[in-house]
Ligand binder design. Sequence first.
Ligand code: LP5
Ligand code: MN
Length: 242
Amino acid sequence: MSDIVFISDLHLMPERPDTLALFIRFTEDIAANAKKLYILGDFLEVWWGDDNPATGYQEVFNCLTKLATDYKTEIFFMHGNRDFMIGETLAKQCHFQIIDDPHKINFRGKDILLMHGDTLCTDDIEYQQFRKMVRDPKWQQHFLAKSLEERYQIAKNIRDKSQQSTSIKSEYIMDVNQDETDKVFIDNHIDLMIHGHTHRPAIHHKNINGLETTRIVLSDWHETGSYLYLDDSSDLQLRTYR
Ligand code: LP5
Ligand code: MN
């Protein structure tokens, strides 16, 4: 069994108990049958440090542990722009391994590049500046030195500003930049890429300088879930989970 499951953008939060329950069911129904589960960012709606007691998430965290220890599914997690403060403490608690963005894997002799997707949105200059600031380890250290309450307020503040900002940004700016995407294919010597972030699920085929490339964009989760299942026989297709 070498099947791999990819998901992203679940945006889990206690205030959305249906999506939490859907994900817990998904781990037993689908992910438990796979050898590996890749979570490509924005698993949680927002995270402000592993010392957060996060009581509303306990069932989800327990189901990851169960998936890894009882079903022996290896779990890999890549940071998204919402949950980039997830650290090694939570990773250990939930039995997942944090992987870099981008991350290359090999499936049956084929290289596949995994990303969250936000770094491809290079037209969103304001966001890229913001990203550079908050991904700086010094900035994060400084942030983590603050109290949980203070961090929660800062996170809330950023969310409010981001919401105001995305409501006036054009859809074009918030999508991937084609030149950047082409460059990532070429620089990484790959013809298959999987990412999330934009919430625009699709399978894009494009010829880049004679290279036939495929870019799979995973969907976000709400009332229904979505995943990509990679095995020996099946075609590449995004599947809905309900
Ligand atoms: O997620 P989505 O789709 O709504 O929007 C994203 C971009 N926004 C973000 C911000 C997140 O929504 C909120 C992140 C909360 C993190 C909390 C952790 C605590 C911080 C710890 C730091 C160490 O990622 C949005 C993109 C959009 O995707 C599409 O790609 O456009 O980007 C923005 O809207 C960013 C704005 O352009 C700039 C926001 C500036 C906010 C500055 C506040 C600074 C306050 C600092 C206080 C210390
Ligand atoms: Mn995202």
